[in-house]
Design a protein around this ligand. Sequence first.
Ligand code: ATP
Ligand code: MG
Length: 285
Amino acid sequence: MSKLKIAIQKSGRLSEKSLDLLKNCGIQIQNGNRKLRAEAKNFPIEILFLRDDDIPQYVEQGIADIGILGENEVWEQNKNVRCIQQLGFAGCRMSIAIPKDQQYEGIQSFNGKRIATSYPTVLQNFFSKENVSANVEVIGGSVEIAPSIGLADAVFDIVSTGSTLLMNGLKEVETVLRSQAVMIVNKELSSETQALLDKLLFRIRAVATAKRNKYILMNVPNESIPKISNILPGMKSPTILPLADEGWSSLHSVVQEDQFWDIIDQLKELGAEGILVSPIEKMIL
Ligand code: ATP
Ligand code: MG
């Protein structure tokens, strides 16, 4: 029987979340200590643990069918693979930073300047689009120290909180792109492998939908049920259960997390009480 081969980061910022994603999809991994390959007990999948830099190439060549890594690395390497799903973790920005005591004079001020980065392709594309002609200095890591040792005038790097920049006396002046973890796929999967991937994607999407939604229940006066049902239509329609107290019902529904704070005031105005909101683990529409 064929197996789906997935490449994930061996150790680093993506590893734990990538494994969690598979676990949340019900895949139980038998990970022998520190092995570079593992299999699952209950799903035909083989996991390859690699450096994230190597994942695009392995997926392009079909050594792995799919891979999980940051979009930043996918853009930089520009390999012949398809990006099929954003995964909602490892969010970060790719930004240009300059010494914090310098005044920023706009993108054109980078003309003729030296910018240190580990992402030359992404930076060059950005500068070409903006008609800036700068000298891109490629360095493998610890990019933030480049200005203080006189190697560059500015840096282009990944930023999440900005604290690393701050510690190195830099300030963020241009956000070039926003990145998150994505799933990439080989362009020529066999039909069996594609079927396995579809099965995995179905589970990933069910988990992602569940994360965006909350289960909500509350007590409502019966006369408000039609109006509240309009505000909270749920997956089909809300569940209404009579309370022992005459004239009141318990209303159960589903609400998107980002809409919750917008509707809470309307619910209170319509007399809703005892509103409870709890997470949903899986959600199949
Ligand atoms: P490897 O040894 O596998 O090559 P790495 O050092 O290249 O690892 P990590 O630092 O583990 O990579 O980061 C992996 C990815 O995590 C990044 O490419 C990026 O997509 C994402 N990420 C999210 N937040 C941050 C951050 N604050 N700093 C660096 N990467 C981040
Ligand atoms: Mg790397």
